[in-house]
Design a protein around this ligand. Structure first.
Ligand code: LMR
Length: 394
């Protein structure tokens, strides 16, 4: 049966980690995948999460199947974090726990097939590499709207709005709430206002992906975009993830929230999300959801987590500034201030595929072929090597 199966290409992001692990260069740096590492180059276990682990472990519990839509306390915590505690919007939101942001995107994609049959999906150009693969795998025709202008090193906002305004009614438009992946360029408040207008007037289906809440400015600041869509009276879809904000990558803690017109509609939508989940993976896992619900359900632990999240955010900003200095020290005279203009885990370097391959092969510095590097994986020990490597291929 399988003799004709061909070798699939490696994943453009996770495939780099496999290569990185096999690299024997002692100076190697994995700036491929979007994973935060601390100042010692280690994946952190946040102290708030460690405390939640202790609390969960101190009361050994059986492991039942969770409800199809997930742990109720977790879903409630998601709603409050995404839409704001006490927000009247919450009663018209259907939320299901999902397997990370990717799982949430896929559940949303499957659900939308019955709501807007035959709709196209529009992604930002560029977008997270898995967006295209995922929506294509779900059976959609995927196209893009203009977003990044490489020559200007800025957002092509006029192009973006023009593309949204010429999209057909019902088109699914995937938007990054904050920390745009891969470019690190976010829209400003005024621009979001225009996007909301376009979505409303053209009757588009906004699918807001928020995988990095808390990594740009703060939890509420980053969640503002989602709240503005809700306040504008729009019905839309929002995928969220705690992989990064809790450093719980392997627990697959995500959620899909669908903002409906009213509570009754939300009930019906939730009932339709359940068969999607049931036929994909039946119901979600318990442990990671318990950890997040424990942290978010305890005011002290939650405050501690917010501090820890702020520390990650600040360290990334420090590394951006240090990279600019490092590049200048390594002899680059071009303006590289774009690195500190960008926000979130990534910097879109503008380097070509050939340059990225050289970085990898000659210096063991791993970034994606599209020129994205994860600045959240820089630290005082690897930054000089990275800066020198970039300067050498510049
Ligand atoms: C990334 O873009 O590197 C992260 O979102 C991790 C992933 O799953 O690709």
């Amino acid at each position: 049966w399988f003799s004709t199966v061909e070798m699939a290409p490696a994943d453009p992001i996770l495939g780099l980690t496999e290569k990185f692990k096999a690299d024997t260069n002692p100076d190697k740096a994995n700036l491929g995948v979007g994973v935060y590492q601390d100042a010692n180059g280690k994946l952190p276990l946040l102290p708030s999460v460690a405390e939640a682990e202790r609390r969960v472990a101190s009361v050994p519990q059986p492991k039942p199947y969770l409800p199809i839509d997930g742990l109720p306390a977790y879903n409630q915590a998601v709603k409050e974090l995404v839409f704001g505690a006490g927000s009247p919007v919450i009663e018209r939101v259907a939320t299901v726990q999902a397997l990370g942001g990717t799982g949430a995107l896929r559940v949303g994609a499957e659900f939308l097939k019955s709501v807007v049959p035959g709709a196209k999906v529009l992604l930002s150009d560029p977008s997270w590499e898995n967006h295209r693969a995922l929506f294509t795998a779900a059976g959609y025709e995927v196209e893009s709207y203009r977003y990044y202008d490489a020559a200007a090193r800025d957002i092509d906002f006029a192009g973006m709005v023009e593309d949204l305004r010429s999209a057909e009614r019902g088109t699914i438009v995937v938007l990054h709430a904050c920390c745009h992946n891969p470019t690190g360029y976010d829209l400003d408040d005024e621009q979001w206002g225009q996007v909301i207008e376009a979505v409303k007037e053209r009757e588009l289906v906004a699918f807001i992906d928020m995988a990095y809440q808390g990594f740009a400015e703060g939890l509420d600041e980053d969640g503002r975009v989602v709240r503005r869509f809700a306040d504008a009276g729009l019905q839309f879809v929002c995928s969220t993830s705690f992989s990064k904000s809790f450093a719980l990558y392997g627990e697959r803690d995500g959620a899909l929230s669908i903002v409906c017109a009213d509570a009754d509609e939300a009930k019906r939508v939730l009932s339709q999300l359940k068969p999607v989940v049931r036929t994909l993976y039946s119901n979600p896992p318990t442990h990671g959801a318990r950890l997040v619900a424990t942290v978010l359900g305890d005011p002290e632990l939650r405050a501690q987590w917010e501090t820890e999240l702020g520390e990650m955010r600040d360290r990334i900003k420090e590394m951006r500034a240090a990279l600019v200095e490092g590049l200048q020290a390594a002899g680059i005279t071009d303006d590289v201030s774009f690195i500190t203009d960008q926000v979130g885990m990534f910097s879109y370097s503008g380097l070509t595929k050939d340059q990225m391959v050289r970085l990898r092969e000659e210096f063991a510095v791993y970034g994606t072929d599209k020129g994205r590097i994860c600045v959240a994986a820089l630290n005082p020990n690897n930054i000089a090597h990275v800066a020198k490597a970039i300067a050498a291929v510049w």
